[in-house]
Design a protein around this ligand. Sequence first.
Ligand SMILES: [Zn+2]
Length: 248
Amino acid sequence: MSVDPSILLALVTMAGLLTGTLADPLIDQLYSDPLLYSPYGRCARCNTRLLPFGAIALIGYLRWRAHCPHCRRRFPLRSVLLPLTMAAFFAVTLLAHDDARRIGLTMLFGSFALIFITTDVERRTLSGRLMYAALAAAAIAGPFWPHHGVINLYATGAGILAGFAGLRLFFGLRLGVGDVKMTALLGLTLGLPGAAIAFGIAVIAALGAIMVASADSRPQMRALPYGALLGIGMIAALLWAESLARVF
Ligand SMILES: [Zn+2]
């Protein structure tokens, strides 16, 4: 049985939209101080139940113009951006790769990366619980990537982890513990040369972030979101490692 490519693309895009919508309310549960709607579809300020299935993302955002209809509390931009970026990412993944296993794994680890980007931009936080889940998934997925040797992935993950942990411990590199774990996740999912490409992209993205962060009035937001920058590099390398390797 073969599915029309355009129908498949539409289905995959819908799956991305749905994944982002369902992931959105979970993100608040990753913070120690749930802020926006907790748990599942209740406004955190007035506790009104807003939607039966919980996720305020997209539908609620558009329906109530980004505000709780009862207390007027503003919803985060994330609720609309996460589903849309995840839908776009799923669609691009389908177009970028041919191998079904690679497509599936790219979608899984790209979704982790998108959630880390979101939390890091929003709160300068990379959830430890989610990071351990991602690292465990990456370790299990190691042998299933079609284009990588599992030795490459494990050695790159361990090598990068040791390298950045050492730089942080002995040379005072200003990188959070969560950011160091994120570098290990890059190594475990991308191997070499993918991880090196991801770091290159992260450095380029950092130049843009410096300009944005310096304009933010909140002092805590002037720190660079290293985790998000690494996440951007990770997504680029998951999608286009081979093409980017030729550019660099
Ligand atoms: Zn409310």
